[in-house]
Design a protein around this ligand. Structure first.
Ligand SMILES: Cc1cc2nc3c(=O)[nH]c(=O)nc-3n(C[C@H](O)[C@H](O)[C@H](O)COP(=O)(O)O)c2cc1C
Length: 197
Protein backbone atom coordinates (compact mmCIF):
# COMPACT_ATOMS: atom_id res chain seq x y z
CA UNK A 1 0.00 0.00 0.00
CA UNK A 2 1.33 3.45 -0.91
CA UNK A 3 2.34 5.92 1.78
CA UNK A 4 0.79 9.30 0.90
CA UNK A 5 2.75 12.37 1.98
CA UNK A 6 0.57 14.50 4.24
CA UNK A 7 1.50 17.91 5.67
CA UNK A 8 -0.52 18.79 8.78
CA UNK A 9 -0.19 22.56 8.96
CA UNK A 10 -1.57 24.54 11.86
CA UNK A 11 -1.56 27.90 13.54
CA UNK A 12 -2.66 28.13 17.18
CA UNK A 13 -2.48 30.94 19.72
CA UNK A 14 -3.99 29.19 22.75
CA UNK A 15 -3.69 25.48 21.91
CA UNK A 16 -6.99 24.36 20.41
CA UNK A 17 -5.75 24.03 16.86
CA UNK A 18 -2.49 22.55 18.10
CA UNK A 19 -4.50 19.76 19.75
CA UNK A 20 -6.50 19.27 16.54
CA UNK A 21 -3.32 19.14 14.44
CA UNK A 22 -1.69 16.58 16.73
CA UNK A 23 -4.81 14.39 16.60
CA UNK A 24 -4.85 14.67 12.82
CA UNK A 25 -1.15 13.82 12.51
CA UNK A 26 -1.55 10.75 14.73
CA UNK A 27 -4.54 9.50 12.76
CA UNK A 28 -2.88 10.12 9.39
CA UNK A 29 0.16 8.14 10.52
CA UNK A 30 -2.05 5.32 11.74
CA UNK A 31 -3.72 5.33 8.32
CA UNK A 32 -0.33 4.71 6.72
CA UNK A 33 0.71 8.20 5.65
CA UNK A 34 4.12 9.79 5.89
CA UNK A 35 3.32 12.86 7.98
CA UNK A 36 4.98 16.20 8.60
CA UNK A 37 3.40 18.16 11.47
CA UNK A 38 4.23 21.81 10.83
CA UNK A 39 3.56 25.04 12.71
CA UNK A 40 2.84 28.36 11.02
CA UNK A 41 5.22 31.03 12.27
CA UNK A 42 3.94 33.61 14.76
CA UNK A 43 3.86 37.06 13.19
CA UNK A 44 2.50 39.04 16.14
CA UNK A 45 5.14 41.26 17.78
CA UNK A 46 6.96 39.64 20.71
CA UNK A 47 5.55 42.27 23.11
CA UNK A 48 2.01 41.26 22.15
CA UNK A 49 2.77 37.55 22.66
CA UNK A 50 4.55 38.17 25.96
CA UNK A 51 1.78 40.43 27.26
CA UNK A 52 -0.53 37.38 27.70
CA UNK A 53 0.75 34.56 29.85
CA UNK A 54 -1.37 31.87 28.15
CA UNK A 55 -0.25 32.95 24.72
CA UNK A 56 3.45 33.10 25.64
CA UNK A 57 3.26 29.67 27.31
CA UNK A 58 1.55 28.12 24.31
CA UNK A 59 4.17 29.42 21.90
CA UNK A 60 6.99 28.23 24.15
CA UNK A 61 5.46 24.76 24.35
CA UNK A 62 5.46 24.36 20.54
CA UNK A 63 9.09 25.18 19.86
CA UNK A 64 9.92 21.57 18.99
CA UNK A 65 7.47 21.64 16.05
CA UNK A 66 9.24 22.84 12.87
CA UNK A 67 7.83 25.89 11.14
CA UNK A 68 6.16 25.12 7.82
CA UNK A 69 8.36 25.84 4.80
CA UNK A 70 7.96 26.04 1.04
CA UNK A 71 9.78 22.71 0.83
CA UNK A 72 7.03 21.12 2.97
CA UNK A 73 4.37 22.54 0.64
CA UNK A 74 6.14 21.09 -2.39
CA UNK A 75 6.77 17.74 -0.68
CA UNK A 76 3.20 17.11 0.41
CA UNK A 77 0.63 15.29 -1.69
CA UNK A 78 -2.14 16.32 0.70
CA UNK A 79 -2.71 19.15 3.17
CA UNK A 80 -4.56 19.06 6.50
CA UNK A 81 -4.94 22.64 7.74
CA UNK A 82 -6.08 23.76 11.21
CA UNK A 83 -6.41 27.43 12.14
CA UNK A 84 -8.54 29.63 14.42
CA UNK A 85 -11.35 31.85 13.24
CA UNK A 86 -10.50 35.55 13.38
CA UNK A 87 -13.22 38.01 12.45
CA UNK A 88 -14.90 35.31 10.38
CA UNK A 89 -11.85 34.16 8.41
CA UNK A 90 -8.64 32.33 9.31
CA UNK A 91 -5.90 33.80 11.47
CA UNK A 92 -3.65 36.23 9.58
CA UNK A 93 -0.55 34.23 10.52
CA UNK A 94 -1.74 31.46 8.19
CA UNK A 95 -2.79 33.92 5.50
CA UNK A 96 0.62 35.60 5.71
CA UNK A 97 2.30 32.25 5.07
CA UNK A 98 -0.04 31.51 2.17
CA UNK A 99 0.82 34.91 0.74
CA UNK A 100 4.49 33.86 0.47
CA UNK A 101 3.59 30.93 -1.80
CA UNK A 102 3.05 32.88 -5.04
CA UNK A 103 6.30 31.63 -6.57
CA UNK A 104 5.62 27.93 -6.08
CA UNK A 105 1.94 28.40 -6.95
CA UNK A 106 3.06 29.91 -10.26
CA UNK A 107 5.25 26.87 -10.92
CA UNK A 108 2.22 24.64 -10.41
CA UNK A 109 3.66 23.02 -7.29
CA UNK A 110 0.52 23.39 -5.16
CA UNK A 111 -1.93 21.91 -7.65
CA UNK A 112 -3.47 18.43 -7.92
CA UNK A 113 -3.09 17.77 -4.20
CA UNK A 114 -5.75 17.05 -1.62
CA UNK A 115 -6.80 19.67 0.91
CA UNK A 116 -8.97 19.56 4.00
CA UNK A 117 -9.45 22.16 6.75
CA UNK A 118 -10.66 22.54 10.34
CA UNK A 119 -11.12 25.50 12.64
CA UNK A 120 -12.13 26.70 16.08
CA UNK A 121 -13.95 29.84 17.19
CA UNK A 122 -15.04 31.34 20.48
CA UNK A 123 -18.68 31.10 19.46
CA UNK A 124 -20.58 28.33 17.73
CA UNK A 125 -21.97 30.81 15.22
CA UNK A 126 -18.88 32.99 15.21
CA UNK A 127 -17.77 32.02 11.70
CA UNK A 128 -16.69 28.38 11.81
CA UNK A 129 -18.17 27.35 8.46
CA UNK A 130 -17.08 30.59 6.83
CA UNK A 131 -13.47 30.16 7.94
CA UNK A 132 -13.23 26.70 6.45
CA UNK A 133 -14.88 27.83 3.22
CA UNK A 134 -12.43 30.71 2.96
CA UNK A 135 -9.56 28.22 3.22
CA UNK A 136 -11.16 26.07 0.54
CA UNK A 137 -11.42 29.11 -1.76
CA UNK A 138 -7.63 29.47 -1.52
CA UNK A 139 -7.15 25.74 -2.10
CA UNK A 140 -9.26 26.01 -5.25
CA UNK A 141 -7.00 28.80 -6.50
CA UNK A 142 -4.11 26.39 -6.04
CA UNK A 143 -5.93 23.66 -7.96
CA UNK A 144 -6.33 21.34 -4.98
CA UNK A 145 -8.94 18.63 -4.59
CA UNK A 146 -11.15 19.52 -1.60
CA UNK A 147 -11.74 16.60 0.76
CA UNK A 148 -14.64 17.67 2.98
CA UNK A 149 -16.04 15.11 5.41
CA UNK A 150 -19.67 15.82 4.57
CA UNK A 151 -21.84 13.42 6.56
CA UNK A 152 -20.00 10.33 5.35
CA UNK A 153 -19.44 8.90 8.83
CA UNK A 154 -21.67 8.64 11.93
CA UNK A 155 -19.18 10.75 13.89
CA UNK A 156 -20.40 13.78 11.93
CA UNK A 157 -23.67 13.52 13.85
CA UNK A 158 -21.79 13.69 17.16
CA UNK A 159 -19.21 16.40 16.56
CA UNK A 160 -21.43 19.45 15.95
CA UNK A 161 -22.10 18.45 12.34
CA UNK A 162 -20.02 20.85 10.26
CA UNK A 163 -19.87 19.06 6.88
CA UNK A 164 -17.13 21.34 5.50
CA UNK A 165 -14.63 20.23 8.12
CA UNK A 166 -14.39 19.65 11.84
CA UNK A 167 -14.89 22.78 13.92
CA UNK A 168 -15.15 23.38 17.63
CA UNK A 169 -15.50 26.09 20.21
CA UNK A 170 -12.13 27.30 21.49
CA UNK A 171 -10.60 24.82 23.91
CA UNK A 172 -13.35 22.32 23.19
CA UNK A 173 -11.71 19.31 21.58
CA UNK A 174 -13.64 16.52 23.30
CA UNK A 175 -13.77 12.80 22.59
CA UNK A 176 -16.24 13.12 19.68
CA UNK A 177 -14.07 15.91 18.29
CA UNK A 178 -10.94 13.75 18.45
CA UNK A 179 -12.74 10.97 16.62
CA UNK A 180 -14.04 13.40 14.02
CA UNK A 181 -10.60 14.87 13.40
CA UNK A 182 -9.19 11.34 13.12
CA UNK A 183 -11.91 10.47 10.61
CA UNK A 184 -11.22 13.59 8.55
CA UNK A 185 -7.49 12.83 8.54
CA UNK A 186 -8.05 9.19 7.54
CA UNK A 187 -10.36 10.29 4.75
CA UNK A 188 -7.70 12.70 3.48
CA UNK A 189 -5.12 9.90 3.48
CA UNK A 190 -7.47 7.52 1.65
CA UNK A 191 -8.38 10.11 -1.01
CA UNK A 192 -4.73 11.10 -1.45
CA UNK A 193 -3.80 7.46 -1.88
CA UNK A 194 -6.36 7.16 -4.70
CA UNK A 195 -5.13 10.36 -6.30
CA UNK A 196 -1.43 9.49 -6.34
CA UNK A 197 -1.86 5.79 -7.20
C1 LIG B 1 -8.39 38.97 16.87
C2 LIG B 1 -9.32 37.86 17.17
C3 LIG B 1 -10.47 37.72 16.42
C4 LIG B 1 -11.37 36.68 16.69
N1 LIG B 1 -12.50 36.56 15.94
C5 LIG B 1 -13.41 35.61 16.25
C6 LIG B 1 -14.63 35.50 15.50
O1 LIG B 1 -14.85 36.16 14.49
N2 LIG B 1 -15.54 34.58 15.93
C7 LIG B 1 -15.35 33.80 17.02
O2 LIG B 1 -16.24 33.05 17.38
N3 LIG B 1 -14.17 33.83 17.69
C8 LIG B 1 -13.20 34.72 17.33
N4 LIG B 1 -12.03 34.78 18.02
C9 LIG B 1 -11.69 33.73 19.00
C10 LIG B 1 -10.75 32.68 18.36
O3 LIG B 1 -11.42 32.00 17.33
C11 LIG B 1 -10.22 31.69 19.41
O4 LIG B 1 -9.31 32.40 20.22
C12 LIG B 1 -9.52 30.53 18.73
O5 LIG B 1 -10.47 29.69 18.11
C13 LIG B 1 -8.70 29.69 19.68
O6 LIG B 1 -7.91 28.82 18.91
P1 LIG B 1 -6.45 28.44 19.43
O7 LIG B 1 -6.65 27.93 20.82
O8 LIG B 1 -5.94 27.40 18.49
O9 LIG B 1 -5.61 29.69 19.40
C14 LIG B 1 -11.11 35.77 17.74
C15 LIG B 1 -9.92 35.90 18.48
C16 LIG B 1 -9.04 36.93 18.20
C17 LIG B 1 -7.76 37.05 19.00
Amino acid sequence: MSKPKIAVIYYSTYGTNYAVARAAARAAEEAGAEVRLRRVAETAPAEVVQSQEARAKQLASMQDIPEVSHADMEWAEGYFVAAPTRYGVSASQLRAFFDTLGGIWQQGKLGNKTFTATTSAQNTHGGQEQTILSLYATAMHWGCIIVAPGYTDPVKFEDGGNPYGFSTNAGGLDDAGERSVAYQARRLVEMTRKLVA
